[in-house]
Design a protein around this ligand. Sequence first.
Ligand SMILES: Cc1ncc(COP(=O)(O)O)c(C=O)c1O
Length: 443
Amino acid sequence: MPRVIHFPTLENSLPPLGTPMDWERAHVWHPFTQMRDWCATEPVMLVDALGASVQDSHGRWYIDGNSSIWTNIHGHRHPRLDAALQSQLKHFAHTSFLGLTHPGAAQLSAELVALWPENTLSRVFLSDNGSTAIEVALKMAAQYWQIKGRPEKQRLVAFEGAYHGDTLGASSLGGVSTFTERFAAWHLPVDHVDSISALEALSADGVAAVVIEPLVQGANQMRLWPSGLLAQVRQWCDWHGVFLIADEVMTGFGRTGTLFACEQEGVVPDFVALAKGLTGGYMPLAATLTTERVFEAFLGGADKTLYYGHSYAGHALGCAVALENLAIFREEGVLSRLQLQIQRLAALLEQHLRPSPFVYEIRQRGFLAGIELRAAGGAPFVAGAAGLGMGARVCVAARKYGLLTRPVRDTVVLMPPYCITDLELERAVCAVAAGIEECCTKP
Ligand SMILES: Cc1ncc(COP(=O)(O)O)c(C=O)c1O
């Protein structure tokens, strides 16, 4: 006799009495979060946002110091971005992109292509997030080599310290062991190298693609690549007939000072993955751009079709807000204003953080900075009794001074929205300094 399980009816399944904080503690599971510690403290619950700031449920305002996990560009509740969403809502929020299309997706694809040199990246595949943008590139590369009669080209090369997302394909490329080691048995085979000389020492036999975060490895505590490395990787790929996949999920849309990081080394990859800032940080939307050469290889019978897609591909709200994001870049001089902000950030970091004996290194590239903390003699900090690293403790302390951000290990990340005012930027840097002063002197 099968056991009878009674499912609640819709009428009696209303949320139990309580507050959002009660429901949060009882039911929610957060990314990259030790939930035991999370549930033992009062989490910051955000209820509002405006410009470069966000507000919590107690009415406290904070500067959004990491641009809502590296996504936000022009600030929250931007009138033009809000209006673009409302205007698209008069038509529809989402329709299928399988066998159908809509004007916003077509226009966005054309505008993204126009941001790259003529006749280079000419085709756009839309998906949902940074990880899927990478998955698309991997599957396109794999299937391209099969179509071309080179099925042995299956190996992937990525870099130590890399982070390309958390879906299994993307996390196979990851080189930060904390994120990847427990899934190693499930991962695709990937060769990891840590430098251009290690890449050059590698046999290119069977290599399908090299994947790199241009200029900066974000999740590797904002480590900056030596100047010229990206161009050298491009040369190695050209020499050996290997695809170059550039992951501009974090660096894209101005973060390193140019619209794309690749520009700074005159590199055009075979695939570029865009997400996060594509919609100004408003919607989950991603784009993988590739060349006509790749696209044309897939033209033919059903066997050549790219077997890949997501239900929300080409999301109409995402496309509408991404188009407005690009219009703001074009019409409001965002990149030239940003150059001043970059200089201002550098000066503030020099003034308020460099003198601290606990600031081991400041790694700034464009409008992002990683502030690595070490004990006064240069030794890494040991995690505190509660297991909380110094980076996390400093970020928690900085909240009292009006800043919300997140570290990567003991590196505090500062990369606010570009609309931040000079005064807010100074407050953000001073909040990190105050957090360091408060925590590092009594580890
Ligand atoms: C360089 C890079 N690639 C890919 C990803 C994954 O993006 P998502 O979290 O949208 O899947 C990230 C996320 O931080 C990233 O920094």
